[in-house]
Write a protein that binds this ligand. Structure first.
Ligand SMILES: O=C(O)/C=C/C(=O)CC(=O)CC(=O)O
Ligand SMILES: [Ca+2]
Ligand SMILES: [Mg+2]
Length: 432
């Protein structure tokens, strides 16, 4: 099929009030999530403007593969729907698009529509496993300089998509409190480590990659087919305890500094919705090695990057009390990825490791080259040495109790409707 189709038509008109030109959820997006309406059970839905359409409730209004896929929305997680594969998701997208753009079908679908503000959003997927990559090369250089001044970018970086195994149990949906973790920390001039609340609590601006269909053990996913295993993307915040990390990370990498809470946004924007915003993978800097053959695919190099912009805003307790608006800390792009998503998937399975439906991959922190595009406080404050000035006269090096972080992301391209990912929020609460 061609890269874009009727579902990307920017002139398409949707009958849901307010959906037309909605900044995040116009009819060209149709992201998937799990919600519960007032007094109802958790179920699958699709965001449309300021509303949510109940998937299972509209299944009888759809046909064939689209109807079968929508009926899977009856479950409390999207795992069954995501495992149905990219063709089923495409059929569902076309069925929903036809329904939502046909005014003659409004009356029949009306009962399946809920105001989003009346509903509760849940973690969309029962997360099987969580792997966090390190594909933001500017982040890797910035952090490397702070942790290892003599060797910021280790020699493997340009050959291996570096990652670590995170923890699925503490992946939570956007919203609510993020408890400040406790842990072992050791000041550089101290003889002994101490155990106590983290004092260098940070965020990491990342995107989440959701695996739809997996692979059998021992059967790697070839780079050319890797995109087809990805169901879609969300926003991810890899909350990080920098003081715990600095002491514990050698030689095995991040452990308790990063597994107390990982936030994801509630809506999964599908690969088909993102098709108009794919761009060429930026050329590697002069002198960098070519990827090894198992990581190299012409079509992936030509369209494997995503024109997605991400932003992070902070709202402190004092700012909230003074009625000040959130203040922007970071603004970056997915084009900061040194490795494409297909390369991450191909590499992860290259040793025979089986990916499964509901696996979550983090891209890594997507800092850009510019100071304003640094995707963590560790980088923005240069390791805690340069405080950041906030409106109202406050300063921050790391997060304080009561600080709320709001991550957003959107995709835009000439000739297409803008689509967005919604929000990924969290507010820091004192260590229990
Ligand atoms: O030791 C380092 O160089 C840094 C490790 C990380 O910060 C790991 C991480 O979460 C990777 C990322 O988000 O890019
Ligand atoms: Ca991370
Ligand atoms: Mg984490």
């Amino acid at each position: 099929m061609s890269r874009t189709d009727v579902t990307h038509d920017p002139a398409a008109r949707c009958w849901v009030p307010g959906a037309q030109a909605h900044p995040d959820f116009p009819v060209q997006n149709l992201p998937l999530g799990i919600f519960s309406p007032p007094g109802g059970e958790a179920r699958g839905g699709v965001a449309i403007g300021d509303h949510i359409l109940d998937l299972a409730a509209v299944a009888p209004l759809l046909e064939g593969q689209a109807a079968t896929a929508a009926a899977l929305g009856r479950q409390g997680t999207l795992n069954a729907l995501l495992s149905a594969g990219s063709e089923a998701l495409r059929a569902l997208r076309h069925g929903l698009f036809a329904l939502l753009t046909d005014p003659a079908r409004e009356a029949a679908a009306q009962a399946a529509l809920h105001r989003a503000s009346d509903c509760t959003l849940h973690l969309p997927v029962a997360v099987s496993e969580y792997t966090d990559f390190y594909s933001g090369i500017h982040h890797a250089v910035n952090v490397g300089k702070l942790f290892r001044p003599d060797a910021p970018l280790l020699p493997n970086y340009k050959f291996v998509p570096i990652g670590y195994h995170g923890r699925a149990s503490s992946v939570r949906v956007s919203g609510g409190d993020v408890l400040r973790p406790r842990g072992q920390v050791k000041a550089p001039d101290a003889d002994m480590p101490m155990f106590g609340p983290c004092r260098r609590l940070d965020y990491e601006m990342e995107m989440a990659v959701w695996i739809g269909s997996g692979n059998a053990p021992g059967q790697p996913i070839p780079i050319g087919g890797a995109s087809g295993h990805v169901a879609g993307l969300s926003i991810l915040n890899d909350w990080s305890a920098r003081d715990i990390q600095a002491w514990e990370y050698q030689p095995l990498g991040p452990f308790l500094a990063k597994n107390f809470h990982t936030s994801v946004s509630p809506w999964i924007v599908t690969m088909d919705a993102l098709a108009p915003f794919r761009t060429a993978q930026p050329p590697r800097p002069e002198g960098d090695p070519a990827p090894l053959p198992y990581l190299l695919d012409e079509a992936d190099q030509a369209a494997g990057a995503f024109g997605v912009t991400m932003e992070v805003h902070i709202l402190t307790a004092a700012m909230r009390a003074a009625g000040l608006p959130p203040h922007r800390l970071s603004r970056g792009s997915m084009t900061a990825m040194y490795w494409t998503i297909a390369q991450l998937v191909a590499h992860h399975s290259s040793n025979g490791c089986n990916l499964r439906t509901g696996d979550l991959l983090g891209t890594g922190t997507l800092s850009g080259e510019m100071a304003e595009s640094r995707g963590s406080l560790l980088e923005l404050s240069e390791g805690g040495r340069q405080p950041i000035a906030l409106p109202g006269g406050e300063q921050r090096t790391f997060l304080e109790d009561g600080d709320e972080l709001i991550m957003t992301a959107f995709a835009q391209a000439p000739g297409f409707a803008r689509i967005g990912f919604g929000e990924c929020r969290g507010r820091i609460a004192p260590a229990p």
